[in-house]
Design a protein around this ligand. Structure first.
Ligand code: 13P
Ligand code: ZN
Length: 315
């Protein structure tokens, strides 16, 4: 190798090191790193369990474009066409990355992908150091990001997938049906209905990383900010990492309470909150819950008032 090649190699390495650090210090990267670290701390990410993505703003892209790969990498098919995501950039976790390691080496555990003008292909533009690649659920993230972007007039930017024990356990006890799961969760804590008035969606058991899982989730995500994957985990979305993580946290806590009460009572809990109570809570908290999940007043007319009646076993 001649001196020129050595020099070029050194310059490339120095440039890579500088661009890693420059992007890693951007606030949007630090926010996703913190979400991963917090999820690890909660015990929701065994091994490489879970993945996450953040849809960059134009300002985010502008602020780190100078650090993107000098030589564009080849486009790769997404196995889906998502016009809503045309031209977007996503910061995503790498396939096989362990959430416990994200904070130690963000440019290895994360990377930025650019979606092409048709929303049908992607290419890496930063990160995934050491020949990494985006999560095996990349197609899911792009499809779900697109669905949430449309459902929230562009506000939703974060998709967070985790494997919390209480949520997975809940899908053994109750059917993978959004209405049933939502009602069980709403009735465990008075503030659930405020945090997710639209309820949670549900997807039956499906192969991780499969197109079927992505499509069913996108369908559920059109009118739910959180979706439970039977026997797999949870997907929570939001405008910010705080919002997505906070939503996941509340769903997990409610599921844990449900399990605890079920164990204490030796079976299906007799919920102290009736539909009337939920409706009154919603009024008091200033939210409009999803009417077909509340089933009030058509199903259960009756006097309002907190804890006015024990509800049915169906919840
Ligand atoms: P990845 O490591 O490919 O992101 O897979 C983790 C996971 O939880 C799949 O559902
Ligand atoms: Zn998973």
């Amino acid at each position: 190798m001649d001196v020129r090649d050595l020099l070029d190699q050194g310059v490339t390495r120095a440039r890579d090191a500088v661009s890693s650090v420059a992007v890693e210090t951007r606030p949007f990267v630090r926010a996703l790193v913190r979400l991963c670290d917090d999820g690890w701390g909660q015990g929701w990410h065994e091994r490489n369990g879970g993945n996450a993505s953040y849809r960059l703003t134009d300002e985010d892209v502008r602020s780190c474009r100078a650090c993107f790969h000098e030589q564009p990498r080849p486009w790769q098919p997404l196995d889906a066409a998502v016009p809503a995501m045309a031209g977007e950039h996503l910061l995503v976790t790498a396939a096989g990355s362990y959430f416990r390691n994200v904070a130690d080496d963000p440019s290895r555990a994360l990377g930025i992908v650019e979606v092409d003008g048709a929303g049908a292909s992607w290419r890496p533009v930063w990160g995934f150091a050491g020949d990494g690649r985006p999560t095996s659920e990349l197609a899911s993230h792009v499809i779900i990001q697109g669905a949430r972007k449309e459902a929230t007039a562009g506000a939703s930017r974060v998709v967070y997938h985790c494997h919390p024990v209480p949520v997975i356990a809940l899908t053994f006890a109750l059917p993978a049906d959004g209405r049933t799961l939502t009602r069980a969760l709403w009735k465990t804590m008075t503030e659930c209905i405020m945090v997710f008035p639209g309820g949670v969606g549900a997807v039956p058991t499906a192969v991780p990383g499969s197109r079927r899982l992505a499509d069913l989730t996108a369908e559920a995500a059109r009118d739910h900010a959180a979706v439970i994957w039977a026997h797999h985990g949870l997907l929570a979305t939001g405008a910010t990492c705080d919002e997505a993580f906070g939503l996941a946290h509340v769903v997990v806590k409610a599921a844990a309470i449900y399990a605890e009460v079920r164990a204490l009572c030796g079976g299906e809990p007799a919920f102290p909150l009736s539909d009337d109570d939920l409706a009154e809570l919603a009024r008091g908290l200033g939210v409009t819950p999803r009417a077909d999940y509340l089933g009030w007043p058509a199903q259960r007319p009756g006097p309002a008032g907190a804890a006015s009646a024990a509800s049915s076993r169906e919840g």
